[in-house]
Every structure is written in structure tokens, then in C-alpha cells.
Design a protein around this ligand. Structure first.
Ligand SMILES: [Zn+2]
Ligand SMILES: [Zn+2]
Length: 277
């Protein structure tokens, strides 16, 4: 049985919609969604937002890599780091890329190719030297990238679709649930099922409940809905994620204080934060 400390989560990008560098965002960070998960020797990356670039720099001295990259979906804030991910330029690395929101109309490879195409981008996806395979599944399937790692998945409520993940390893569970909109007063049953009893739940807290009515149909949720879902599902630590680019450090400090009162132990994700379930 692996030790609990074999399982870790590190945040490289915690922002939604668009990167927001600047002094007012320095403490929580301005990079878009990218989360590194370690299950023993296995490297699993969730989303390829701009946070993927600094992760790639840090991975340089761990090559050759044999890793999996799971996308919640393919909106720009979740794929923008791909062309700048150094690990994809090394022929000694192997990657499996996964997406659960595109079948049957499209494939992940097609979508990434359509981002890296002139005149949008100067070089095509073939520039990558790493051995890369693409895997399209249907959200709801269970994935087993390794014998000792299983990922349950569920469809989320987001324009063009998105996938929530529950990573299970060594008897612990971490959930990554971002880019999803809730219906007020109707807890999302797919999410409740996915996060039931999980040790850590990373959740789309783009807005506050007060802001939420102004952003109906934008595909995002609130940190307060995260609290309600985590409570209802008997989950462990809640991590507020996918911060709105208009929410600077002072705003996020207020969210952190309110969330701590609402559900003690809740934390606001920031770049560099590492957690163990
Ligand atoms: Zn997003
Ligand atoms: Zn999105």
C-alpha cells in the first residue's frame, strides 16, 4: 500500500478565463488552470493553462517523463500553455493526453491542431518531439492510466462541455471539478456522486453567490456552492479554484476569511500551494 505522502497536489495556475499578471495578483497568482498531481512515481497533469509553462520548466531535470495530461475541456484558459510546454519538445518524453468532452463530433488532437495553426500560431503541433498519444473518452467513464491509479469522471454543466475528475490512489481521493455552473437550490447530482467522501475537492469558485446572478449561463459556479456540495457529499477539504481575473489578492483574502468561517479548513488555491490528501 503506497504511503499517503506519495499522493500530492500542486497548483501551477489557479485563475480562470484569462491570465492576469500584475502586482495586485502576485500572492494568489495570475496563471490559468494547471494542477500537478503525483501518485507515487506517476505524474498526472490536469489542464494546460498558462501555468503549464512554469511546470514544464520545473520538470526539465526530471526527464525522461512518462506522464498523462487530462483536460477538463478545451477553452483557451485550459489549453493556452500547450505550445509553451517545454516537456513536449523533448524526444525522450512520453505523454498521453485525455479529454472527455469532444466525442463524437471532434477529437482532442483536432482541437489542439486547430489552435496551433497559422496565422494563429507560427508552428503546427507536429513541432513537438515528445511521443504523444491522444485519448478521447466520454465523461462518465472510469480511466485507469496505471494499475494503482483510477480516475472516475463525470460530465459538468459548461458551454461546449467539461469533465470532472476523481483521482483515486492508495485509498485516498482528490477531485478536480472546474468549469461548471450550478442551478440555485438544485445540487448537481453528478458532482455529488463524484466527490462523495473525497479527501480533497478542488471546485470552480469563479464567483461569489452575490455576483452569480449577473453571470447566468457563463458556465461557472461560486465558492459558496462548493461549500454546500462538499458538506452534502461528506467531503474533506474544499479548495476554491478558477478565480475570476477581476478578483485581486485583497478580494481573495476576503473570500478566504469568509470561506474559513463558512467551512473551517477551506482554502483558496494559489500558485505554489502543495497539498497531500
Ligand atoms: Zn476555465
Ligand atoms: Zn471553460
Amino acid at each position: 500500500m503506497p504511503r499517503t505522502s506519495d499522493f500530492s497536489v500542486r497548483f501551477w495556475g489557479v485563475r480562470g478565463s484569462i491570465a492576469c499578471p500584475g502586482i495586485d495578483y502576485a500572492r494568489y497568482g495570475g496563471n490559468t488552470s494547471c494542477v500537478e498531481v503525483r501518485c507515487g512515481d506517476h505524474l498526472l497533469i490536469f489542464d494546460g493553462g498558462t501555468g503549464l509553462r512554469p511546470l514544464g520548466l520545473q520538470l526539465k531535470d526530471r526527464e525522461p517523463l512518462n506522464a498523462d495530461l487530462f483536460f477538463t475541456h478545451s477553452h483557451f484558459d485550459h489549453i493556452a500553455g500547450i505550445p509553451f510546454f517545454a516537456s513536449l519538445f523533448s524526444a525522450s518524453n512520453r505523454f498521453r493526453m485525455w479529454a472527455g468532452h469532444l466525442r463524437p463530433q471532434r477529437t482532442l488532437r483536432q482541437v489542439l491542431c486547430s489552435m496551433m495553426i497559422e496565422p494563429l500560431f507560427p508552428v503546427p503541433i507536429d513541432i513537438f518531439a515528445a511521443q504523444t498519444t491522444y485519448h478521447d473518452f466520454v465523461a462518465g467513464e472510469t480511466l485507469r492510466p496505471h494499475p494503482d491509479v483510477s480516475l472516475r469522471t463525470a460530465p459538468l454543466n459548461h458551454p461546449n462541455g467539461a469533465t470532472g475528475y476523481r483521482i483515486e490512489h492508495g485509498g485516498k481521493a482528490v477531485c478536480y471539478v472546474t468549469d461548471t455552473e450550478h442551478v440555485v437550490g438544485q445540487p448537481d447530482q453528478n458532482i455529488l456522486g463524484l466527490i462523495a467522501g473525497a479527501d480533497i475537492v478542488i471546485y470552480d469558485g469563479t464567483y461569489t453567490d452575490e455576483e452569480f446572478p449577473r453571470f447566468a449561463s457563463w458556465g461557472h459556479s461560486t465558492w459558496q456552492e462548493g461549500v454546500r456540495l462538499a458538506d452534502a457529499a461528506g467531503a474533506g477539504r474544499l479548495v476554491i479554484f478558477h478565480h475570476d481575473p477581476s478578483h485581486d489578492d485583497a478580494f481573495m483574502d476576503r473570500v478566504a476569511a469568509e470561506a474559513e468561517r463558512a467551512r473551517p479548513g477551506t482554502i483558496v488555491a494559489r500558485e505554489g500551494l502543495t497539498l497531500t490528501p
